[in-house]
Ligand binder design. Structure first.
Ligand code: BG6
Length: 520
C-alpha cells in the first residue's frame, strides 16, 4: 500500500488471511489449445504461483486433440507468456518451477479411452489429493459440456457426493446459452453429475477489483448508502464503452450481439451490485440471494416497452484514432445485411421500495470514442435555486461516479463558488484514484477467479437462478426486436458515442448521457 497516512494505518482491516487454505489439486483444462489458455489462464496461474497463492502441490493438465508433448506444450506456453504476461520479463527461475507442473494429455473429448488416459496421468502423480481434488476447466464450446461431464462421470473422475472422493469442481465460461431455454438445458447438463455448488460460472467482471469494491464502497461507509435511494437519486447511468470493433470475432458476434455479449452478463452483474440490498453476510449464498432478488425486481418489458426503452445500434464505417475503420457489415464473417446490434442502450425500472421510479440507464457498444466503464449516480437537483438571479436556474446536479476501468477510482461532483468578487458557481470534483492511493496493483480478473475456484468460494461465480433470471430479461428484449430491422436513427459512425436514438432515450426523461471522465 503506497503512502498511507501513518495515522490511518491502524484502520486498515485485512480479511485476506481468513481465506480458506488452497488444498493440493490438479487443474484439467479441456480445450487447452485455444486462445483462452495461452492468453488468460496460464498467465493467471503463473502470477498466482508468483504470489505464492497456489496450493503447496498442484498440477495443470492441458487436454486437447492436437499432437503435443509435455515439453512442446510448455515451450508454446512460455512463448505466449512472454507476450501476454502482465509482468515482464518473465521470471526464469519461477517459470522453470511452474512449468514442471504442466502436463499435456492428447485426446478427443468424445473418446472414452482419452479419459482413461487422463485417469492414468492423474494416478501417476502418486498423491491421493492430486488424483482426487480436481478442477475441470471447460474451455470448450458449451455444446460439448454435457458430453465431457458424462465422460468424467463414467471415468469416475467426477463425483456428486464426496464420500472420500475428494472434491471436484467445474468451471465454465460464457456464452452460457443463448436464451433462457438453452441456459436451462445447459444447467441441467452441468448438474446431472455435479451439485450446483460444484459449478463455477465465470463472469470476468466479478473478478475486477473495482467491481468488488462496489460492495465495499456501499456497505463499509455510512455516508453514501443513506443517499442510495429514490429520495436522493435522480437516475443512474452505467456505461461500458469499448474503443475496439468486432474485428475477427464476426462469426461469434453475429450470434451474440451486444445484448447477449455484454448486457446479459457483465452489465446486469454491475447493475445488481450497484442496486441490491445489503446482504445478511458475505457468504456466497447471501450475496447471490440479494443479486437475484434485484434482478427479479427489474420491471418486465412488454414489446411496447422495448420499443420505448431499449435502443439498438450498429456502427458504420468511421474513424478511430484518426484511422478509417470499416462498418460492422463489412467485417469478416458478418452478413452484409446484418441487423445484429453492436451497441445497446437500455432504460430499466426497478420495482422495489428503494428504487421505485428511478430510471437506470445502461449502455455499451463497440467502436466508441474510448474504452471506459463507469457507474454514475446522478442526484436530484436542489429543491430551490438560491442563486437563480445571479447564476441561472440550471445548476449542475451532484453526482458520484465509480470509475471501474481504466484510471480506476471514484469521484464526487458538486458545485463550488468560483473565487472572485462576483457570484459564480461551477462544478468541482473530489476524487480518489486507486493508483495514487494504492500504487499500480492490477491483478487480472482471472487470477482472483481461478483462486476462488480452487479454494471453493462461490461468491464471485454466477448461480444458476442468476443466469436464468438474466436470460429472462434478455429474452423479453429480443422478443420486442423480433423481425424489426434497424432504423436510420440506430446506426452510428465508428468513433462516435452511439446512435442518436440513444440520446433520444434519455432526452425523453429530461436527461443526457455523461461521458466517462478519467480519474487522475
Ligand atoms: C467479453 C466480451 O466478455 O468482455 C467482449 O465477449 C468484450 O466482447 C469484453 O470486449 C470486455 O471485457 P473488458 O474486461 O475488456 O472490459
Amino acid at each position: 500500500m503506497a503512502d498511507i497516512q501513518a495515522s490511518d494505518a491502524r484502520f486498515v482491516r485485512n480479511g485476506g488471511d481468513q481465506r480458506k487454505a488452497a488444498e493440493p489439486c490438479t487443474i484439467v483444462i479441456f480445450g487447452a489449445s485455444g486462445d483462452l489458455t495461452a492468453r488468460k489462464l496460464i498467465p493467471a496461474f503463473y502470477h498466482l504461483a508468483k504470489d505464492k497463492q497456489l496450493p503447496p502441490a498442484y498440477r495443470i493438465i492441458g487436454f486437447a486433440r492436437r499432437d503435443k508433448t509435455d515439453d512442446s506444450w510448455r515451450q508454446e506456453l512460455r512463448e505466449a507468456l512472454d507476450e501476454f504476461s502482465r509482468t515482464k520479463p518473465v521470471d526464469e527461475t519461477l517459470w522453470r518451477g511452474f512449468a514442471a507442473n504442466l502436463f499435456y494429455c492428447k485426446g478427443d473429448l468424445n473418446d472414452t479411452a482419452a479419459y482413461a488416459k487422463l485417469e492414468q496421468r492423474l494416478s501417476s502423480f502418486n498423491s491421493p489429493p492430486l488424483r482426487k481434488n480436481l478442477l475441470f476447466y471447460l474451455a470448450t464450446p458449451p455444446s460439448q459440456f454435457g458430453g465431457v461431464i458424462e465422460q468424467l462421470h463414467s471415468a469416475k473422475l467426477l463425483h456428486k457426493e464426496s464420500n472420500g472422493h475428494g472434491w471436484q469442481r467445474l468451471v465454465v465460461e460464457k456464452p452460457f446459452g443463448h436464451d433462457l431455454a438453452s441456459a436451462h438445458a445447459l444447467n441441467a447438463e452441468l448438474t446431472r453429475y455435479a451439485h450446483e455448488q460444484q459449478v463455477c460460472r465465470i463472469d470476468h467482471y466479478l473478478g475486477k477489483e473495482t467491481v468488488q469494491n462496489i460492495l465495499m464502497f456501499r456497505f463499509s461507509n455510512s455516508i453514501f448508502e443513506r443517499l442510495w435511494n429514490r429520495e436522493t437519486v435522480d437516475h443512474v447511468q452505467i456505461t461500458v464503452s469499448e474503443k475496439l470493433g468486432v474485428g475477427e470475432r464476426g462469426g461469434y458476434y453475429e450470434e451474440a450481439g451486444a445484448l447477449r455479449d455484454m448486457v446479459q452478463n457483465h452489465m446486469l452483474q454491475v447493475l445488481a451490485l450497484v442496486a441490491m440490498e445489503p446482504p445478511v453476510s458475505l457468504e456466497a449464498e447471501a450475496v447471490r440471494d440479494e443479486k437475484v432478488k434485484l434482478l427479479k425486481s427489474i420491471r418486465e418489458l412488454t414489446p411496447a416497452d422495448v420499443a420505448r426503452q431499449i435502443v439498438r445500434g450498429q456502427y458504420f464505417a468511421g474513424s478511430i484514432n484518426g484511422q478509417p475503420v470499416p462498418g460492422y457489415r463489412q467485417e469478416p464473417k458478418v452478413r452484409p445485411d446484418s441487423n445484429v446490434e453492436t451497441y445497446v442502450a437500455l432504460k430499466f425500472f426497478i420495482d422495489n421500495w428503494r428504487w421505485s421510479g428511478v430510471p437506470f440507464y445502461l449502455r455499451t457498444g463497440k467502436y466508441l470514442p474510448m474504452s471506459a466503464s463507469e457507474v454514475r449516480i446522478q442526484f436530484r437537483p436542489t429543491p430551490h435555486v438560491l442563486f437563480a438571479a445571479q447564476c441561472g436556474r440550471n445548476l449542475d446536479t451532484n453526482a458520484i461516479a465509480l470509475r471501474l476501468q481504466p484510471n480506476e477510482g471514484i469521484y464526487l461532483r458538486f458545485n463550488g463558488k468560483v473565487p472572485g468578487m462576483s457570484l459564480g458557481v461551477r462544478p468541482v470534483r473530489m476524487h480518489f484514484s486507486y493508483d495514487a492511493e494504492f500504487g499500480a496493483y492490477t491483478p487480472e480478473a482471472y487470477e482472483r477467479l481461478l483462486l476462488e475456484a480452487i479454494v471453493g468460494d462461490a461468491t464471485l461465480f454466477i448461480r444458476r437462478d442468476e443466469v436464468e433470471t438474466a436470460w429472462q430479461i434478455v429474452d423479453s428484449i429480443r422478443k420486442g426486436w423480433d423481425g424489426k430491422p434497424l432504423t436510420n436513427r440506430e446506426f452510428y459512425a465508428a468513433g462516435t458515442w452511439g446512435p442518436v436514438a440513444a440520446d433520444d432515450l434519455l432526452a425523453q426523461g429530461g436527461h443526457a448521457w455523461h461521458e466517462p471522465v478519467p480519474v487522475k
